[in-house]
Design a protein around this ligand. Sequence first.
Ligand code: 3EB
Length: 342
Amino acid sequence: MTLQFETRRIASASAHNNALGGALLGAAQGMGSAAWPEQHLRVPVLSPADASLRECWLSDGPLQQGIDHGIRWCRNGDMLYGVIALDETQDPAQPGVSPLQATSHGLYARLFKLLREQGMPHLWRVWNYVARINEDSHGLERYRQFNLGRYEAFVQAQQETGGQVPAACALGVREGALSVAFLAGVSPVVSLENPRQVSAWAYPSVYGPRAPTFSRAALAYPPGQEVLFISGTASIVGHETLHAGDVVAQCRETVRNLEAVVQEANRLARSAQAFELRRMSHRVYLRHARDAEAVQRVLGPLLSDGNGGAEVVFVQADVCRADLLVEIESHAIHALSSASSS
Ligand code: 3EB
């Protein structure tokens, strides 16, 4: 059963009967709730201007839905999309464990439990949103608290914490519950790393007591397809942030990283068609809305060929290191020819 992706202005949202799940971006007040699991991302949409957007992962084949362990999910025979939001203020205090760490641990424990029950053992792509991500509390930046809880849940669920780990992003929003959406499947991903960067799961402890659990990208295989998910990518070379304070230089460095990941993907991809950055879908997160114009000017020609390819969506969100001003995530779906899928 195949996977498709689509972005629509909210005003034109119509009912899908084949949506696995998706995300609602922007204010989107009074737009009604979707009939599928939908992650509500209350972030300002900077471009397309004045839009609220509904993004959908569409699928064929009979779909089945449910709510288990607080996770709203929808699946076909090959893959599952789920969304869960947990309010850390509901977590009982534990000595030495911050509420956010406990919530992140508990959330991922539920996620892995669902995947076991549903026979979808392989996490493909995870979207994480954390309130006040760069704030310090309990002696640790909140992103690092989140990483601690996530890492422990991976260990407890006997998941790998390096190597074959899912693609992901982790961004900051102003307020609200910890929100996580994910795609998982019956088949494993091929995890990719970026030769220009230290693997995030191997970051030194100056970035926190537990490294973040994600790969730079993942190739996933719905039947007859190859999907490239590129994780949130920023101006990091080795393990260090480059170009602090210079958003345009960060954009250029980030694109160099994306190109390196695309090259890695093409080295390992099965499909005959090569992945190209300008033909992929992109979501750009900007720390400061005031940078939108400069960033669109520099990224526009680097991320799209202007030939009506996939839309580039710009939103305002906090990036998980205080000195990062921009982060970009991308994906593309290719058909496998019957010869290469057999
Ligand atoms: C970085 O390269 C930037 O914690 O899941 C990017 C993608 C980042 C995913 C995550 C964090 C995550 O370290 C931050």
